[in-house]
Design a protein around this ligand. Structure first.
Ligand code: SAM
Length: 231
């Protein structure tokens, strides 16, 4: 936890100790639930802090995150990166989306028990939720980690983002070719500039995509189509 607290201090996060304690509680709850329901493959506590907490917070340094109030996390699984960001930034509102209802129920229950009030986990496929009025083009920022390649992920995420907002994908070190393949999809969906931010932590990268236009009504296509026939 020492490294996590140091990062939180570097990010100028207020009330570091109490937020770190909330995150510790979250880890305890996830690891307990994980005995019954698969929420994460990472069960070692040090690895959990590194790969779930520190990794999730890496987008917090970007202007795109700082400027956002309403944030969507697509394919959140056990709540990553959404929950650690929500704990550290209680003034921002987070909607966490996942197609597995069991995970969504558990994430909501854990947040309620710990008192993480700025998280709402919503069950559904991104392709379906992004067609609903209350979610479509409503978010300042959409984040996503370990869900799909950029061609597919852009169709899942960009429809949630309002014009003028951003989409941040958490990726590994070698993401250049993935971006090259996704350029057409990003443009088609209303996206504009694409920037890679290489991070020393775990050799990861963030792909930052700005959205300037509206997403045409045809997107996202029917559930399953983006993954089967990527744009
Ligand atoms: N983001 C989390 C993380 O980094 O720990 C979980 C990653 S897990 C490998 C991928 C998650 O994406 C799963 O929980 C899965 O149910 C969800 N998912 C995959 N396709 C989806 C879709 N089309 N809409 C919503 N959730 C989806």
């Amino acid at each position: 936890m020492k490294e996590l607290i140091a990062l939180m201090k570097k990010l100028n996060i207020a009330e570091t100790e109490s937020k770190a304690s909330m995150l510790q509680q979250y880890m305890d709850h996830v690891l307990e639930w994980n005995k019954k329901v698969n929420l994460t493959a990472i069960t070692d506590r040090n690895a959990f802090v590194q790969k779930h907490f520190i990794d999730s917070l890496l987008c917090a340094e970007t202007l795109e995150f700082t400027a956002s109030s309403l944030i969507c996390d697509v394919g959140t699984g056990g709540g990553f990166p959404g929950v650690p960001l929500a704990v550290c930034y209680p003034e921002k509102e987070f909607i966490l989306v996942d197609s597995l209802d069991k995970r969504i129920r558990i994430v909501n229950q854990m947040c309620e028990e710990i008192g993480i009030a700025n998280v709402t986990a919503v069950h559904g496929r991104a392709e379906e939720l992004a067609r609903k009025k209350e979610y479509r083009e409503q978010f300042d920022l959409c984040v996503s980690r370990a869900v799909a390649n950029m061609r597919v992920l852009s169709e899942y995420c960009l429809p949630f983002v309002r014009p003028g907002g951003n989409f941040i994908a958490y990726k590994g070190a070698d993401c250049e070719s993935e971006i090259g393949d996704a350029r057409k999809a990003i443009q088609l969906l209303g996206g504009d500039s694409v920037e890679i931010r290489k991070l020393p932590h775990l050799d990861h990268s963030l792909i930052l995509v700005s959205k300037t236009g509206y997403t045409p009504d045809a997107y996202p296509r029917k559930a399953g189509t983006p993954a089967r026939k990527p744009l």
